[in-house]
Design a protein around this ligand. Structure first.
Ligand SMILES: [Zn+2]
Length: 427
């Protein structure tokens, strides 16, 4: 039997352990926001990996957004050294999950199994991927005790809310510095035959138009901020959206629609604030003196963030030329640069080879429409050799009745184990 075959059958033997670990992780409701049970899940994983020879650390991202005595931002890193010097392969999974939403027909924390599926919040995004990476490492250690380098597994906080109390914090502490970690796989649910090289960029901003309040029966005495915003939106429809649709990227973004630049208007608020639910009175007659929208602009690796921002300020200026009475403000809320790992990078090549060896077909390469923790590993950690690869279907993430396939988890665990063989030179 070849080494690859021994590893694959070792993983098949661990099928029950993989299911049990996935269920145990789903059973800890790490809902974010607000960030519940982070310590519990980190302790659970530290116990699990500690019992298998890993050195484990729990790290609280004190003072990061959302961190409090009630909801501390805990992270776990486990590391095991080989018998010889070499490179470090790091598996990073976020342990937080999003709110449940409506429409569940299963217990969201029950880890129910039906056929090949395990159900639960976080099953695919991404506790199934986390469990698969743990089983991959365990199988590798059992079959290849003599190897070069080291393996790290981390479970980190807050990916769903930006990752500042998780990977960003750890990267700032030097945990992803290239002299410490050389290869990173993030087992997000991108499907077992796809390698995700990176993500598009993001710019969130709030745009506010200013007018002047007056009595609603004499609107000519005031200046309506809502009408100014209407003109801004009309200008976007006429000139901006067609322009964005025509900006196409070489990045293999999925789904296809996200291969262009996109802009979403997240919200719009103007005039009198909405009253609390249950208020039965009438609104007051006023001309709106403020109107705000929040925009979510996703940009391509071919675009420059400065140009992305000037596109919006130029649009505002065009509107102002026709409506000199109004003023406006644009406030930056959040930005992320696009990230794309080179196809020739060692982690990409070895994962592609492992996918071919396990699944008997060529890997496909994709880029995510939205960002994930790779942004921090790239920008703060300065580590370019990073991909997302893991079991599960992205479409199921954040949905009711989320599930992950057991066969997919086993296959991607085999791929991850073969990547370790490729990169850690077992004797
Ligand atoms: Zn995720």
């Amino acid at each position: 039997m070849t080494l690859d075959d021994r590893l694959k059958s070792e993983i098949e033997h661990r099928r029950d352990a993989l299911i049990a670990l996935t269920q145990a992780l789903i059973a800890i409701p790490t809902l974010n926001p607000p960030g519940r049970n982070y310590l519990e899940i980190c302790e659970y994983l530290a116990d699990h990996l500690g019992a298998r020879g890993f050195t484990t650390e729990l790290i609280r991202a004190k003072g990061t957004p959302g961190d409090s005595e009630r909801y501390p931002r805990w992270n776990m890193i486990a590391r095991i050294e080989g018998t010889r010097p070499g490179e470090c392969v790091h598996f990073n999974a976020h342990h937080d999950v999003v709110e449940l939403g409506h429409g569940w027909t299963r217990d969201p924390f029950g880890g129910e199994i039906e056929g090949d599926r395990i159900y639960g919040r976080g099953a695919c995004d991404m506790k199934g991927g986390l469990a698969a990476s743990v089983i991959a490492a365990e199988a590798f250690l059992a079959i290849c005790p003599d190897f070069a380098g080291s393996i790290e597994i981390s479970a980190t906080a807050d990916e769903e809310t930006g990752g500042y109390g998780g990977v960003a914090y750890l990267a700032e502490q030097g945990r992803f510095d290239p002299d410490r970690v050389q290869h990173v796989i993030i087992p997000e649910p991108l499907h077992k035959d796809q390698i995700c090289l990176g993500h598009r960029g993001v710019w969130w901003a709030e745009i506010e138009t200013h007018g002047r309040i007056a009595h609603g029966s004499m609107p000519f005495l005031g200046d309506s901020a809502i009408r100014h915003m209407g003109a801004v939106l009309a200008e976007m429809e006429e000139t901006l959206f067609p322009l964005l649709l025509n900006k196409r990227t070489e990045m293999p973004v999925i789904p296809e629609g996200a291969r262009a630049s996109t802009l979403n208007i997240n919200s719009i608020h103007g005039g009198e604030p909405e009253q609390e639910e249950g208020f039965t009175g009438l609104p007051a007659p006023c001309v709106a003196d403020r109107c705000r929208i929040v925009i979510d602009r996703r940009f391509l690796i071919e675009e420059d963030i400065g140009a992305v921002k000037s596109e919006i300020s130029a649009l505002m200026e065009r509107v102002k030329e026709r409506r000199p009475s109004f003023t406006y403000e644009i406030r930056d809320l959040f930005e992320v640069q696009p990230s794309m790992t080179d196809r020739e990078a060692p982690i990409v090549r070895s994962t592609a080879a492992a996918i071919e060896a396990v699944l008997g077909r060529e890997a496909s390469y994709v880029v995510s429409p939205g960002t994930y923790d790779q942004k921090h590993i790239d920008r703060i950690g300065r580590l370019k050799n990073c991909i997302a690869y893991g079991p599960g279907l992205l479409e199921l993430a954040h949905q009711p009745d989320e599930w992950v396939g057991i066969a997919d988890m086993l296959d991607s665990a085999k791929v991850m184990a073969l990547v370790l063989v490729e990169l850690l030179d077992p004797a």
